[in-house]
Design a protein around this ligand. Structure first.
Ligand code: TAP
Length: 473
């Protein structure tokens, strides 16, 4: 049992001023694996004050100092690899291989990338009639979700350190322990006291408090659209800068010349990796009518290559959903889908032999109309939809017919057609034929998927203000 009654404020672990606690549950066993303190407004105020006090010197730190801190964090992160991998399996339910190959690697990737981006980044440039200066935005409040316990936190912190912006982080209370290990790593990396603060607690107290706080200049939030909307409203009276990374209902456009097996593997990895709890997951497979039957047979045939089960067991690809609430949500969408479309495989209830734990049956719907609820709303579970098209422009129209625009995928061979689809999808990140992730590639959404960009150079710019100086001697 992990018990953490403290918050990381001004370079030290301080006892919470509140007595309430939040249980952290292992979704594979349904057992409580630890508790954290539910922070209070007083705790938050202390953290904001520490960040504010750190601002003058942290914002003037040199590029070399920031690179040095980022590199130290990378070292510390590597040293605690085993602990991080294990805690993400316990608090999120990610299979050990997913914890290591996806969560751990993405978390460290952002710190490496920020150091690399900084090495060539210019905070000042002469532009003829004026000098352009890029300066720290001020104190940043970071609110993160549970679905990628290190990645979501690391991308924000790495960019903030690179920009010289002190932060107050509120990690998701379902998965707080990986973030707390990261806090220890950051403290040991020599990051000045007050530049990084962590306050645990509920969204309704600490998250809400961050978004309203008069002494916070910028809020970077990742999570649901409904909370994103509240954050914008809360930030409005103090005209805070806001970055939102919200949900998605991303399309996978399969071209007529695609390899059916590749297309099926792409569709499956999108809903089975992290149990489909991925904001950018491709959950609408848009496929030519002529290929539909072959694709349906292939995806059902390949589904067992993603075994669902105990995340600590070798060979398991897909663990449970994060919580009972998430399980209930996914069940209700599957019920809706049974009425709206044809179910190829899956259904409600738990997979055989997995009665304990929040396991859901991977479920594939076909003959789905793009205006069905299961094709329009983010399910955040191992559920996909197959939608047929006649010609490519119809496929693009279907792909773009959503309130979201976070990501898109294209599978096929003809380079011109791949380019045509990539340039016509209205989304912030397009992946062609399962290309590798580039940590310098901006990540963020069009439309209701959000505002702003994270990762790499663009991520750093979120934490900067722009100043033009005219007549500089
Ligand atoms: P959210 O409620 O949006 O939670 C995300 C973060 O916001 C958590 O740290 C949460 O705190 C905090 N929060 C909650 N209410 C808040 C408020 N009023 N003001 C400020 N912060 C607040 O997401 P969830 O409940 O975890 O998941 C619900 C749905 O959101 C999912 O089914 C999924 O569709 C979507 N979701 C999307 C993403 C991405 S990456 N786009 C990630 C996770 C979930 P606590 O949870 O600690 O209270």
């Amino acid at each position: 049992m992990r018990q953490q009654t403290k918050h990381f404020i001004n370079g030290e672990w301080l006892e919470s001023t509140g007595s309430e606690t939040i249980d952290v549950i292992n979704p594979a066993t349904e057992e409580v694996i630890g508790t954290i303190s539910s922070g209070t407004e007083e705790d938050l105020n202390k953290a904001v004050k520490a960040a504010r006090q750190a601002f003058p010197s942290f914002s003037k730190s040199t590029k070399e100092e920031r690179i040095h801190w980022l590199e130290n964090i990378v070292e510390g992160y590597e040293a605690r690899k085993e602990e991080l991998v294990n805690i993400m399996t316990d608090e999120l339910g990610a299979p050990l291989t997913v914890s290591e190959d996806v969560h751990y690697q993405m978390g460290i990737g952002h710190f490496k990338q920020a150091a690399e981006s900084l090495s060539t980044y210019s905070f000042e440039e002469e532009r003829g009639g004026h000098t352009l200066m890029k300066e720290s935005v001020g104190v940043s409040g970071l609110i993160t979700p549970w679905n990628f316990p290190t990645n979501q936190v690391s991308t924000k912190i790495a960019s903030a350190i690179a920009a010289g912006s002190p932060v107050v982080l509120k990690p998701a209370s379902k998965t707080p322990f990986a973030a707390m290990i990261l806090a220890e790593i950051i403290a040991e990396a020599g990051v000045p006291k007050g530049a990084f603060n962590l306050v645990n607690g509920s969204g309704s107290v600490i998250g809400n408090g961050i978004s309203k706080h008069p002494d916070i200049d910028f809020v970077s939030f990742t999570g649901s659209g409904s909370v994103g909307e509240k954050i914008m409203q809360n930030a409005a009276p103090t005209i805070k800068k806001v970055a939102l990374e919200l949900g998605g209902k991303s399309p996978i456009v399969v071209l007529g010349d695609a390899d059916v097996e590749e297309a099926a593997k792409t569709a499956l990895s999108n809903i089975m990796t992290n149990t489909g709890q991925v904001c950018s997951a491709g959950t609408r497979v848009i496929i030519p009518h002529a290929m539909k039957k072959e694709f349906e047979d292939k995806i059902v045939e390949l589904l067992p290559t993603f075994p669902v089960g105990d995340p600590r067991k070798e060979g398991i690809a897909t663990g449970p959903l994060v919580s009972k609430d998430q399980w209930d949500t996914v069940q209700s969408y599957i019920e809706k889908g049974e009425k709206e479309a044809t179910m190829l495989v899956g259904g409600t209830g738990k997979p055989e032999g997995l009665e304990t734990g929040y396991y859901a049956k991977p479920t594939i719907f076909t003959d789905v109309s793009n205006d069905a609820v299961i094709a329009q709303e983010e399910i955040f579970g191992p559920v996909t939809t197959i939608i047929a098209y006649e010609d490519l422009d119809e496929a693009i129209d279907i792909a773009n017919d959503t309130v979201y625009g976070l990501a898109g995928f294209v599978v096929g061979k003809n380079p011109e057609t791949l380019q045509y689809v990539a340039s016509n999808l209205r989304a912030g990140r397009i992946t062609v034929n399962n290309a590798e992730t580039d940590f310098n590639g901006p990540f963020g959404g069009y439309k209701q998927s959000g505002i702003g960009r994270e990762w790499g150079d663009f991520g750093i710019e979120e934490y900067l203000e722009i100043k033009s100086v005219h007549g500089m001697p």
